[in-house]
Design a protein around this ligand. Structure first.
Ligand code: GDP
Length: 265
């Protein structure tokens, strides 16, 4: 409904899972509008991975902004990036003498990627939280960013797409899906296996375990032993160890990790 009122669309993605945190319907919804991608949460992602994703999206013709909306790193570059994206259009306006024309941008993204935080930082204000319901825009207000740039004050919320099992898994790992409906043990084994392959030495350093074991479950067992995750009768408490590893990942104690890379997609 609002697409026709904007000059560009800005999609906020989680830099740790830029594809899985993306709704492919955006391509259709945005119908040829100039597009920007914000790789948010760069503070939690692997800097090398973020660099590769930025190159990937730039090569596809998107303007790309790397941001940590929580502390405001990168958000000051937003206005400039929009002007660069719309340079041709702005030049055409200027040639017609329409220099005062205001550019409008819509922010889109799945829940919890940092849309509200990003808008607030860019607009320099404190609160704005939208309902996590797709397509719901409560009020249609424009927030001025500067003299010639406005944002819709409510971001467009989209659901992620779960067609691929890996997408669900990665969204679960970053905490976008309620833990009550997840199999924590399975999730931790996927994470362990990914870390072992892509971030060798990470688990060894954190838990003082050998990474040479064949199966991920053996690593989980070793972690459980080291961290005293045992039940009565000296039985391993798998779920406790699994929760510990996932919590360490989510809180950044395992370092800055990106869960998917462009080549692998
Ligand atoms: P929305 O649902 O997309 O509007 O997401 P919010 O803006 O409400 O952000 C969800 C949570 O993520 C909040 O606790 C934010 O403080 C946090 N957050 C947002 N952006 C970042 C970021 O770049 N880095 C980190 N570490 N946390 C962020």
């Amino acid at each position: 409904e609002q697409i026709k009122n904007v000059d560009a669309v800005c999609e906020i993605l989680d830099a740790r899972i830029p594809v899985s945190s993306r709704n492919p319907d955006v391509d259709e919804l945005t119908a040829g509008k100039p597009r920007m991608v914000v790789l948010n949460r760069v503070d939690q992602a692997d800097p090398e991975g973020t660099k590769r994703w930025a190159e990937h999206f730039r090569a596809k013709g998107y303007a790309v902004l790397e941001s940590d909306a929580k502390s405001g790193v990168g958000t000051a570059k937003f206005a400039g990036a929009v002007r660069e994206l719309l340079a041709d259009k702005l030049r055409a306006y200027a040639e017609k003498g329409m220099t005062g024309r205001v550019v409008r941008v819509m922010i889109l993204g799945i829940p919890n990627v940092g849309k509200s935080t990003f808008i607030n930082k860019v607009a320099g204000r404190k609160t704005a939280k939208t309902e996590d319901r797709p397509g719901v825009t409560r009020s249609k207000q424009w927030v001025p960013i500067d003299r010639n740039l406005e944002l819709l004050d409510t971001p467009g919320i989209l659901w992620p797409k779960f067609d691929d099992q890996m997408v669900g898994l990665r969204l679960a790992l970053i905490g976008s899906i309620k833990d009550e409906i997840l199999n924590i043990d399975e999730l931790s084994l996927e994470l362990i296996s990914y870390l072992k392959e892509n971030y060798a030495g990470t688990l060894a350093a954190r838990y003082e375990v050998e990474e040479t074991v064949e199966r991920p479950v053996e690593l989980l067992e070793a972690i459980a032993q080291k961290r005293g995750c045992v039940q009565r009768g000296n039985e391993i408490d798998y779920s406790k160890a699994a929760a510990l590893v996932i919590d360490d990942f989510r809180s950044g104690r395992l370092g800055r990790i990106t869960l998917e890379l462009p080549e692998a997609e």
